[in-house]
Ligand binder design. Sequence first.
Ligand SMILES: [Cu+2]
Length: 345
Amino acid sequence: MASRSPTLLAVTLLALAASHTASAQTKGGPTPAPQGAAVYFVGIKDGDTLPTRPTIHFGLRNMGVAPAGLDRPNAGHHHVIVDAPTPPLDQPIPNDFNHLHFGAGQTEAEVTLTPGKHTLQLILGDKDHIPHTPPIMSERITVTVVDAPAGAVVAKRHPSPAGAEVYFANIRAGQYIPARMVVRFGLLNMGIAPAGVSRADTGHHHLLVDTPVPPLDRPIPNDFNHLHFGVGQTEAAVTLSPGKHTLQLVLGDDNHLPHEPPVVSKPISVIVADPEERPKLRRGAQGAQVEALQALLGITVDGNFGPETEQAVMAAQSQARVAADGVVGRATWAVLDEMGNTLGR
Ligand SMILES: [Cu+2]
């Protein structure tokens, strides 16, 4: 009997220690939290890579958001704990570089982080910035921050479906085009969605002018060389200076990131020239210029200026009331430019 007492005591002490640990995790301040309440990171998970100024979205389930100072039941405001352990849960959350308060009731915030590894945790606080009982907090995640443009979640590219293809519907390599031209974007095996709309197997068009394909792991730049068609346009009037230009299409997802693998057209070079500077085409002509002409006329593209091409040219000429001689010169090029430049054809 006497020999068993120490063992019993040890077991009791162990049980006490265990229950103390458990209550330390479930005990917060005086404000109760409703059952099933949870706070979590939206779109960011443990191990993710983030840019230096990510926008962090705070998710909250079964509870409401209320600004600090406002005593509303089943509500609280968000705190992000950066590179710090979980603070004491029965006291006000500290207010410093490692404990960010969003007392206005924000549900997202842009946070500045230095490149490298960081830990992040979300904790809800009551009107006095004290965690609830039980405390409503996320798990602590570790993220890697890299130098990248703001707003981008790096390396989270959407997959592209098999057979996805983007192409110029009305321009061919080597074609002479007018300074202002309606460029039509073709897309196979994928759909169009405006920028900001995340939908599987969709994207929006980008026209690259005189620039190589940009880095695939960050948003496509937005400047004179990178034109975005984020509303979901499938054609656009583009103005180019006289001379040679390279054009290429890249599809971007809701965040303007190329897909994985990227949906990119072949780059084509075009020549912007006035009608009088272009080659005169007549029956017997061959090659890329004839192909471009045939595509413009909407007839079979074989690169040979034969009877069919001549007839189509004459038809276009008489419709436009220029001399119907079947020869593509200055006046006829002007007519064809006009034809190809109607939006929404
Ligand atoms: Cu874009």
